[in-house]
Design a protein around this ligand. Structure first.
Ligand code: NAD
Length: 489
């Protein structure tokens, strides 16, 4: 079956191009899929435009839209094993991580389904005039271009598709060209749940051939991207030509701040997970470790011992705890950051190379790496390298910890470890980020907004604001018993 979904039909790419998808863990061929381009984008945008302008979805009662989303949540749970398997083959990530992502995607549909099924949120301002009925209503924005990355691809698609549909929009989804399979499965489930033809469309393809034309397309009203900072800037510039609505969920360089009075065993354990889960390829990764002077040596020693013990392997290796990087090019990028950090004075405590294990030779593996004695000016500290690399910086006191944590272009999330509740509250209040974890890490809830300050993005996913991004407001003022105004008399 062809993999593009346009106007309710599965179709091959207009230019008959295809792409081999290979598992990053061993280079094996997963499948050959259709690869779309500008013509397919135009067809999908036209289908979404027609479905919005003349179709039923935008006018379907909110409760009914909510019920469809709840059905999709059930279907995602029913298909969880196939979805997790597909995500692991595309990304090489541990099956357990893909299972987590699949259930989180189902939770996202369940949350937005429940939210809109519960009733509308239109406000009725009190004008004080009994002859006036003044309402502010929420309406869908229109056609949404939803562009997603290869990290946690199903969850990232769900985080856009669910609120876009909940609000009554139609959409064109463009997943990463490296990880298309869960998007294909999601579209099948949407169709099975009864989404009208044209309301949801899928185009596979690269950023240049499919993503860029989609964000420029005149039929599109809103572009929502999850991706890197450079792509975010490009998408924002493209959207500016027609003043499109833009939602950007971009990168992070997230500080994990550990004070000397914290429960060190627990903090080491979480620091390890935050740095090396999914080979560090999470926007939320705790890739900058800030340690108070007194605990620095002991903390690094324990972290390094545990990082060395992480077993690498393919997604279905039950004993493996972390997987490969997504591609050869991405591994080279990570290697360049590590080399740059060492040249700038960082001290390598572990990792810093590809594993020697012959079984892993065909995959894009890289050893969990700890770079110590880092300073804020190093490129490996400043840039998101998106790999299994954690940089360690020292701080003396609370003001220095806050200053170091905020000394970044990014502002996605941060963590604070301390037994002093007052200090935790003070530090949390000063961090310029979208999420702060206190004595925890990586925790999420579909009802809690997720997104970045500064150059980590614009707008929010999840929560009430995640829905509001896909809504326009309209003030409708109705006067009963209208009479002339007589302004000029
Ligand atoms: P990327 O920016 O390379 O690609 C993201 C998507 O944009 C892909 O579908 C790609 O094809 C498309 N794209 C590329 N160029 C484009 C263009 N000019 N116009 C339109 N679309 C274009 O990112 P990636 O390498 O796939 O993913 C990793 C990045 O995603 C990291 O920076 C990571 O932090 C970020 N991310 C952020 C979050 C978050 O919630 N903030 C979540 C996951 C990943």
């Amino acid at each position: 079956m062809p993999e593009l979904f346009i106007g309710g039909r599965w179709t091959a790419a207009a230019a008959a191009r295809v792409r081999d998808i290979r598992c990053p863990a061993d280079g094996s061929l997963v499948a050959t899929v259709d690869e779309g381009g500008p013509e397919d984008v135009a067809a999908a945008a036209t289908a979404a435009r027609e479905a919005f302008d003349t179709g039923s979805w935008p006018h379907t009662p909110a409760a009914e839209r909510g019920r469809l989303l709840l059905r999709v949540a059930d279907l995602l749970e029913r298909e969880r094993s196939a979805l997790a398997h597909a995500e692991s083959l595309d990304t090489g990530q541990r099956l357990a991580e893909s299972e987590y992502g699949t259930l989180a995607a189902a939770d996202c549909f369940r949350y937005y389904g429940g939210l809109v099924a519960a009733g509308n949120s239109d406000r009725i301002p009190d004008t004080g005039d009994p002859e006036v009925d003044s309402r502010v209503v929420h309406e869908p924005v229109g056609v949404c271009a939803l562009i997603t990355p290869w990290s946690r691809p199903l969850l990232r698609s769900a985080a856009k598709v669910a609120p876009a549909l909940a609000a009554g929009n139609t959409f064109v989804l463009k997943p990463s060209e490296l990880t298309p399979h869960t998007a294909v499965l999601l579209m099948r489930l949407l169709a099975e749940a009864g989404l009208p033809a044209g309301a949801g469309n899928l185009v596979l393809g690269t950023g240049t051939e499919a993503g860029a034309p989609l964000s420029l397309d005149e039929r599109v009203d809103l572009v929502s991207l999850t991706g890197g900072l450079v792509t975010g800037r490009r998408v924002m510039a493209a959207a500016a030509t027609a003043v499109k609505r833009v939602v950007l969920e971009l990168g992070g360089k997230n500080p994990n701040i550990v004070f000397a009075d914290s429960d060190l065993d627990t903090a080491v354990d979480h620091a390890l997970t935050a740095a090396f889960q999914n080979a560090g390829q999470l926007c939320s990764a705790g890739s900058r470790l800030l340690l108070q002077d007194e605990i620095h040596d002991r903390f690094v020693e324990e972290l390094v011992a545990r990082a060395r013990a992480i077993r690498l392997g393919g997604p279905f290796d039950q004993d493996a705890r972390s997987g490969p990087l997504i591609s050869a090019a991405h591994r080279e990028r990570v290697e360049a950051y590590v080399a740059g950090g060492l040249a700038e004075g960082a001290v390598l405590r572990c990792g810093g190379s590809r594993p020697g294990d012959a079984v892993l030779a065909e995959g894009f593996f890289y050893l969990p790496t700890v770079l110590d004695e880092c300073t804020p000016g190093m490129s490996v500290v400043r840039d998101e390298c998106f790999g299994p690399v954690v940089t360690v910086e020292r701080f003396r006191d609370e003001p220095e910890a806050v200053a170091l944590a905020n000394d970044t272009l990014y502002g996605l999330n941060a963590a604070v470890w301390t037994e002093d509740a007052a200090r935790a509250t003070r530090v949390a209040a000063r961090l310029r980020v979208g999420t702060v974890w206190i004595n925890d890490l990586l925790a999420r809830h579909p009802a809690a907004e997720w997104g970045g300050w500064k150059q980590s993005g614009l707008g929010r996913e999840f929560g009430l604001r995640g829905l509001a991004e896909y809504q326009e407001t309209k003030h409708v003022w109705r006067r009963y018993g209208t009479r002339p105004r007589r302004w000029f008399e």
